[in-house]
Ligand binder design. Structure first.
Ligand SMILES: CC(C)(COP(=O)(O)OP(=O)(O)OC[C@H]1O[C@@H](n2cnc3c(N)ncnc32)[C@H](O)[C@@H]1OP(=O)(O)O)[C@@H](O)C(=O)NCCC(=O)NCCS
Length: 298
């Protein structure tokens, strides 16, 4: 059975709408209402990278949102699931999510759930995978450590490095995110670690929310990840910097705390369909994702 196009709860009567047709300011107002840091530009970036639904009241106000982002042919991430505070706990998010799931059925799904949303996703059969540590603060170059010994040369990436970055990202993420990585290159500064001509690790950094966000970061080891994130910390020393990582211990996690980015909050990566481990054939060797692109994009 198809999910319904409209929902009536309490005094609210809502229609489903396409997120692409909504004024950016209205989406921005929705995320501000739940205390999220996204700027209107961040919404625009996400709208260009994905698709979504909004819940609209009778006079066109946006009371809820839910988006999805296809990565390759078989995977999608879900994000920007928000309902207006005056509407919460009444079933609106459940209704929006069912619309999204209907639209993208057949794909493996991944998302990062806030505490507020965990129960919602569990009820939709998403499985908990691992914790994401949202690390942020005023960046500072750690004085306590000597720069990690990089196993190669570090340089700024340009458009000619995009194919290598797509391949490295796929090894960490599980599928090739060609369109997304190409788009991120247009908005980011990137540092890469090279062994001769071969890209072995990279870290992108772009404006987001209250300052800048570093991600994705893909590397073979903690030392390499530190080595390519460090130049971004230098560039943004004294201003707001954020990284979302699955790493809870080790040299990389310690580096973030020393670089002025302690853990601010946590979310939970969840999946529906293929589990995270299924994407990597059980092998733990090889490049790893040290930082997500964002909680929304994975
Ligand atoms: C998370 C959020 C989207 C949930 O929206 P919502 O409209 O309140 O959700 P629903 O009313 O559809 O409820 C969904 C489920 O959570 C449960 N739930 C909702 N609020 C709850 C609460 N305060 N306490 C316990 N359970 C709650 C509902 O009972 C329902 O469970 P069920 O499916 O087993 O019946 C909303 O709280 C929100 O926008 N929060 C801020 C932004 C955010 O964190 N977004 C999630 C991003 S991953």
């Amino acid at each position: 059975m198809k999910p319904s196009e409209s929902l009536k709860i309490d005094a609210f009567s809502m229609q489903i709408g396409d997120i692409q047709g909504v004024e950016l300011d209205r989406l921005h107002a929705l995320s501000l209402s739940v205390g999220w840091p996204h700027r209107a530009e961040d919404w625009q970036f996400l709208r260009e990278a994905g698709q979504g639904f909004v819940a609209l009241d009778e006079i066109g106000r946006v009371l809820g949102s839910a988006m999805w982002f296809p990565h390759g042919a078989s995977l999608a991430t879900i994000g920007m699931v928000i309902t207006s505070p005056r509407l919460q706990t009444l079933g609106a998010a459940q209704w929006l999510m069912k619309r999204v799931l209907d639209k993208i059925s057949g794909r493996d799904l991944r998302l990062n759930a806030t505490r507020a949303a965990r129960r919602l996703y569990l009820s939709l059969d998403f499985q908990p995978e691992k914790t994401v540590y949202q690390c942020q603060g005023i960046a500072r170059v750690p004085t306590t450590e000597s720069p990690a010994e990089a196993r190669g040369d570090i340089r700024i990436l340009d458009a000619s490095d995009i194919p290598a970055a797509i391949a490295l990202d796929a090894a960490g993420f599980g599928v090739r995110r060609t369109a997304l990585i190409e788009k991120l290159f247009g908005h980011s500064i990137g540092y890469g670690l090279f062994d001769g001509k071969k890209l072995t690790a990279f870290a992108l950094c772009r404006p987001f929310g209250r300052g800048h966000v570093v991600g994705p970061v893909v590397a073979q080891s903690d030392a390499d990840a530190v080595a390519i994130v460090r130049p971004h910390v230098v560039d943004h020393s004294g201003s707001f910097l954020r990284i979302d990582t699955h790493m809870d211990s080790g040299e990389f996690a310690a580096f973030l705390a020393h670089a002025g980015m302690p853990v601010f909050d946590t979310v939970l990566t969840m999946s529906l369909g293929k589990r995270l481990a299924d994407f990597f054939g059980g092998g733990l060797a090889g490049p790893k994702t040290y930082a997500l692109t964002s909680q929304t994009l994975g």
